[in-house]
Design a protein around this ligand. Sequence first.
Ligand code: GUN
Length: 295
Amino acid sequence: MSNIKILSGKDVSRKVYSELLPRIVLLKKKNITPGLAVILVGDNPASKVYIKSKARKFKSLGLFSETILLNQAIKESELCKIILSLNKNPKFHGILIQLPLPKHLNKNQILCKISPHKDVDGFHPENAGLLSQGVPRFIPCTPKGIMRIFKHYKISLDGKHVLVLGRSNIVGRPMSLLTSAKIDSANATTTVCHSGTENIENYTESADVVISAIGIPGYLKGSMLKTDAVIIDVGINRVKTDNDKGYSLTGDFDWNSIKNIVSAATPVPGGVGPMTIAMLVENTVEAAEQMIAIS
Ligand code: GUN
């Protein structure tokens, strides 16, 4: 029988919200309601679902959020103008541009137009640089949420081999910086594998912790993993099924083959996803607090 420990992002996120509440109350006493602007360009169905759940969470916590839906064909100059006006708008402490953007838009050019003080995703080069120097301002939400899961479940990374699959600026790269940082809660030996890696099993088989953000449903099988490994599944892959929605969500790990091998795992859904939203709320609250501190 499998005695796998389920690392519930849903449970940890509830704790995060309860710890944020007094900070939100304090801000409201000062007539400040943390506010987030969410920009969606085009109508990517998965992005629409994500931004809806972000907006719902902000509302349920009494926070302010506004979604700005923009036409798929918007020009880069037009989008930059909108960002610059949001930078000046005091109602918004955070600005998020939902990724991916349509191909004709230069993501890096656009993300660096967001004020680094409102960059709650932590994607601005100034914030990415601060993180790589070990003095972060805003940490990207998914890797920050994963570190919080480790902390909550008292999973020590110290001296462990952590394998990160994927090297995106959203998950893989910041995840590798956080897990290998010379701090008590990290200090791992981190390996990054990506689409250019040959014989991925050479790395998965020796990893104590595997964090996958490759987006291939069921790619990682039990036979590729070390016994008692801890696995963190960032993959939220839509797989066609006959249910009402027409799809179901599946992670990067093949649950049937890993369940008798690994010691602990995040489920999909209910694992990393809720933590990404919780960290977005936390970063927005922090942005509002920092704005008072500098004004
Ligand atoms: N698309 C997938 N994950 C994210 C995220 O964390 N932030 C933004 N802005 N877009 C995403």
